[in-house]
Ligand binder design. Structure first.
Ligand code: SF4
Length: 236
């Protein structure tokens, strides 16, 4: 729960938007295409995935039949611009394509209906997809307006509201989710906006290792900047 004197999330988002501008998703939001994009880069980052994605689209294509029909060495070569372990990523892409084709006739989106716990379970069967990836697919695929948090910067809202993030990634992620769940309406546009603004701020200013606090538009309302350092071993 947010502390009484901390910045409400709605105000935080307005301030971030004034500073960074409106943010748009620059990755494929369709669930199947996102799964392909995710394996286009490693270590997975927007830049690495975009490079691998562009190469894959140009060389082979991204539909299940195109991925399954490509010889593995050709697929690996197309994925090389995305970074390390292209052979492993090629194997995983074939696994994704095969599951979508065989299990759902090539239409993953039509399979992602029904109780959200079941949808979540299905998505987690894909290689490399854990809870943050599932949340992102659910929100940006407009399947469920969950409180998705950018996996590489759950610390942003936590630092502002509580102070230093926890050592345990899962605890920090959950604290960030609780803030969004409690203070951002459970609607696709509102939660996508929150995700994108926190992501952009975390990647450009509130970096995990060296936050640029002197340049930050919300520093005067930030618990971390005010010197709040919590015990790091156990959640309060
Ligand atoms: S003041 Fe520093 S810790 Fe707080 S949000 Fe800004 S960059 Fe992050």
């Amino acid at each position: 729960m947010r502390q009484a004197d901390s910045l409400p999330v709605a105000e935080l988002l307005d301030q971030l938007e004034s500073f960074h501008g409106t943010q748009e998703a620059d990755w494929p939001t369709d669930p199947y295409l996102f799964l392909v994009w995710w394996h286009c880069g490693y270590p997975a980052s927007d830049d690495a995935c975009a490079k691998g994605w562009d190469s894959l689209k140009g060389e082979i294509g991204v539909e299940p039949d195109q991925l399954l029909g490509a010889p593995s060495p050709v697929l690996s070569a197309a994925l090389k611009p995305g970074g390390m372990v292209p052979e492993l990523r090629a194997m995983r892409l074939k696994e994704v394509a095969a599951r979508v084709k065989v299990q759902w006739g090539g239409d993953l989106r039509s399979a992602l209906v029904g109780p959200i716990a079941e949808v979540r379970r299905e998505l987690k069967k894909f290689p490399g997809i854990a809870d943050p990836g599932v949340d992102r697919i659910l929100l940006f695929g407009r399947i469920a307006p969950v409180a998705a948090i950018p996996s590489n910067c759950p610390h942003v809202v936590v630092r502002i509201q509580h102070g230093q993030e926890r050592e345990n990634y899962g605890v920090t992620y959950r604290e960030a989710q609780q803030a969004i769940e409690a203070e951002v309406p459970g609607e696709f546009d509102a939660r996508s906006r929150a995700y994108l603004l926190l992501k952009h701020h975390g990647q450009t200013i509130c970096k995990r290792a060296n936050p640029k606090c002197p340049e930050c538009p919300v520093s005067l309302s930030c618990s971390f900047f005010a010197g709040k350092r919590r015990g790091r071993s156990s959640p309060s």
